[in-house]
Design a protein around this ligand. Sequence first.
Ligand code: PHE
Length: 344
Amino acid sequence: MSDLIAQLEELSAEAAAALATTQTTAESEAWYHEYLGRKGRMTAVLRGLGQLSPEQRPQVGKRANEIKQVLEQALAEHQEQIAADEMARVLAAEGIDVTMPGRRPQVGKLHPTNQAMRDIVHIFNQMGFQVFDSPEVETDDMNFGLLNFPLDHPAREMQDTFFTTTPDVILRTHTSPGQIHAMRKYAPEPIRVVLPGKCYRNEDVTARSEMMFYQVEGLAIGHNITFSDLKGTLLNFANQMYGEGRKIRFRKSYFPFTEPSVEVDVDCILCGGAGCRICKYTGWLEILGAGMVHPVVLRNGGYDPAIYSGFAFGMGIERQAMLKRGVDDIRLFYSNDVRFLERV
Ligand code: PHE
């Protein structure tokens, strides 16, 4: 019996040494067949079991199983190492460095104007304003006359107009003509609408003005709508758009289609009102124009100003995006520089 165990121990030592010299998966598999396979050398040694007494057999069998387990474990570890070495060799041959950072796939995203437009529209949607679509190409009357701009009034020159070859047909200079469309569609029902869209002005293109830009118009008409409603609506907008706790301020202004008219500022989101470069050391940023709908405009829209009142506001969308994201040149929005479009 001790003879058989000695043979097993010797075989085990030889097998372990042989395993260490195998260098490929194929070699390691050949090793298995040679030592541990059904026709292998271990099996051959264990043939000697037949000569042992029934009491001795289990002892030798036990030791044989232990050796087999140890060798199988060693084989598994060795094969793992071989696989890793083989992979490293293949990668080195192909010049692949798996530790190199991957290439980020190009993923499209919303244009900054569209992002801001969606943010703005969403805020007003929550306050019950519905989106109303109105045309970019308008008549002179819609863009000016019905909004109470007197003919040849200098206010028209505040908004340099693009004309078309068709008399009286122009590109809208603001979204306010949409007020007339919305009122004429719904009068005498109360309305609460926002009108996002493109506007055009024949201006020199500078860091502050583009000849094509976007606005969102807002309009609410009903019974007993007051200036406080306008104030509350815009304060809520400013808090949602620029952060909770933001303050707003109203400055008297003039638009032909609102009376009274105001320009609305938000306290500077950068310095919180202390004064900085962005707010030109005033502590305030202008965000929009607004006012109570002028009685003449109400009448032009089909509402009796003795019964109905309303407020309106209009804001430049790029301007909101610029303030919110610290962009200082409006031309970036439409110059198709991917670095800008991806960053903002
Ligand atoms: N239409 C005005 C502009 O373009 C903004 C405005 C809209 C002001 C509605 C008052 C009410 O400057």
